[in-house]
Design a protein around this ligand. Sequence first.
Ligand code: AMP
Length: 298
Amino acid sequence: MSGRTLQHVETIDALRAARAQLAGRIGLVPTMGALHEGHLSLIEAARAENDTVIVTIFVNPTQFTPGEDYQSYPRDLNHDLALLEKAGVDLVFTPSPDEIYPEGFQTLINVEFVSLGLEGERRPGHFRGVATVVAKLFNLIQPQIAYFGQKDAQQVVVLRRMVRDLNFPIEIAVCPIVRAPDGLALSSRNAYLSMAEREAASVIYRALRAAAAAYDKGERTPATLRSIVRDVLHAEPLAVVDYIAVTEPHLLRGIHEASGDPLLLSLVVKVGEPRLLDNCLLPWWLNDRAGLTATLGA
Ligand code: AMP
C-alpha cells in the first residue's frame, strides 16, 4: 500500500476546492478509464516525479466520431479506483459529460495541420475533441507536467503544438508503449478481441519489428519499409490493414524519399471489430522516454 488516500471528486467545484489545497509539483495523467498497465506506467512516472498525482477518467464524447463506440466503450470505475489507490494517486476527477460540456457549450480547439492526417483523416473531429477536453483539464488542474502515451503518437504531437501555441506553462511527457508479452500494445479496446483475434493481433508487433530490423540493416526508403510491414501483416488472415504510414515525427508530414532522419512508422490494423493502433520511431532505440520526448512533436 502506498500510504496515501485517494480523494475522488466528480464536480468542477470539488476539483477546484481540492486543487486549491495543493502545493508543490503536480503531475496530471488524463485517461478514459478501463485502466491497464499502459495507464499505470504513466501514473508510475508521474508518482516518481511529482509531489501530487492527479488522474482524470472521462470518456470524452467529443472525440468519438459518429458510429464509433462511445456508448459501449469499456467502463469499470470501481476497478479503476482500486488500481489508482494502489498506485498511490492523490486525486481522481471523474466528471459527467454535462459537467464538462454544459448546455450552451460552444468553444472548441482546433490544432490545424498536425491534426489532419493519419487518425485525423479517418476520424474527423477526433483531435478537436481531444484538444478541447485536454485544454479544459489543463485550465482546471494547472499541473506542471502532463503524461501521455506514445501509443497515441499523433495525440502527443497535437497536444505539444497546442501547449506551445496557447502558452500553457505545462510540460508534455511522452511515455513508451507498454506491450503484452507477445508484443501487442495494451489498449482498453483489446477487450473487444475474441481469443483467435487476440492471438492474431500479435502480428502487428512482428510487422513493426520487421521494419525496424530492415532499418537497422540500412533500409531507408519509406515505400520499402511500408511494404515490409504490409507483407508481414498480410500473412495473418484476420488482420485487415487500414493504413501504414511513414512520416517525420515533428509535424507528421509524409516522407517519400530515403532519409537519415528519424521516422515515425504508424499503422492501424483491424482485427475483427476494433481498429488497433500502433507505431514506432525508427531507429528503434528512440522508443524510450528520452528518445520519444526529444523526437515526437519536438
Ligand atoms: P486512453 O485511456 O486510451 O485515452 O489513454 C490514456 C493515456 O494512456 C493516453 O495518453 C494513452 O496514450 C496512454 N496509453 C494507452 N495505452 C497505452 C500503452 N499501451 N502504453 C503506454 N501508454 C498508453
